[in-house]
Design a protein around this ligand. Structure first.
Ligand code: ADP
Ligand code: MG
Length: 244
């Protein structure tokens, strides 16, 4: 991977006439962890969805590993193979076992044999501390376990970058830390991560760069010490005072 994992340059996006992203500039170096926060509706999900091309931007450039995102299928496939995503709602296949959820991608998209994919799946289930849940279906697991399965599923594709969109927002409070602990481990192992979250304890622990978005703009960014110590803008101060 190049030194710069992700770069957004003057990115703008509209939903119809609604200007949802306004001149977004963002650089994520390889190995860095960027945490994005901001009020509901500020465009956080749209940014991360644009990075893995679940959404299209209309103006500006997004580069992943030095290659610009365009509409050609090769570019989209390349992004999907390098960038993993973990969603708020887990998005596991309910009718498949945990193991089959994990082996599907590597077999279909990576050409692994079933046996290779299973070995890999068990390895990553171990890493998220649920090796004993492989034969269950998602519905038989707690929310925290399901989200850890979703993280393991992303890891099975061996991505270079992981995007997280409010991965703990749908969880009961007592399950949040078991998911955050796994994410902290990943961060410490050097994974490049972009994380939308309001878990500021996690952010303080791992973030290299904090981003505050409001109304489609990056209003404030900087290292956590600076960001939490002395937010410059009133909007950011107000937001932090509400969630901290
Ligand atoms: P956040 O993740 O910060 O809550 P989103 O990126 O989901 O914000 O949404 C930003 C804004 O764009 C919101 O006003 C939302 O209603 C709007 N929006 C999101 N997705 C769509 C869509 N598919 N079509 C139209 N508007 C959308
Ligand atoms: Mg969102």
């Amino acid at each position: 991977m190049t030194e710069t994992a992700i770069e957004l340059v003057g990115v703008n996006k509209w939903y119809g006439t609604f200007h949802v992203l306004k001149d977004i500039n963002l650089t994520v170096e390889t190995g860095q962890k960027v945490v994005i926060c901001g009020p509901s509706g500020s465009g956080k999900s749209t940014v991360v969805r644009c990075i893995n091309r679940l959404e299209e931007h209309q103006k500006g450039q997004i580069l992943v590993d030095g290659v610009e995102l365009t509409n050609d299928a090769a570019s989209v496939n390349r992004i999907r193979s390098e960038v993993g995503m973990v969603f708020q709602q887990f998005n596991l296949f309910p009718h498949l076992t945990v193991l089959d959820n994990l082996t599907l991608g590597p077999v279909k998209a990576r050409g692994l044999t079933k046996k290779e994919a299973e070995e890999r799946a068990r390895h990553y289930l171990e890493r998220v501390h649920i090796p004993d849940q492989a034969e269950k279906r998602p519905g038989q697991l707690s929310g925290g376990q399901q989200q850890r399965v979703a993280i393991a599923r992303s890891l099975c594709m061996e991505p270079k970058v992981l995007l997280f969109d409010e991965p703990t927002s749908a969880l009961d409070p007592e399950m949040i830390s078991e998911v955050l602990d796994v994410m902290v481990d990943l961060a410490n192992e050097g994974m490049t991560m972009v994380v939308v979250t309001h878990e500021m304890g996690f952010a303080r622990k791992v973030a290299d760069n904090m981003i505050f978005m409001d109304a489609g703009e990056i209003v404030e960014h900087g290292p956590p010490e600076e960001f939490f110590g002395a937010p410059r803008s009133e909007r950011c101060q107000k937001f932090l005072s509400q969630i901290l």
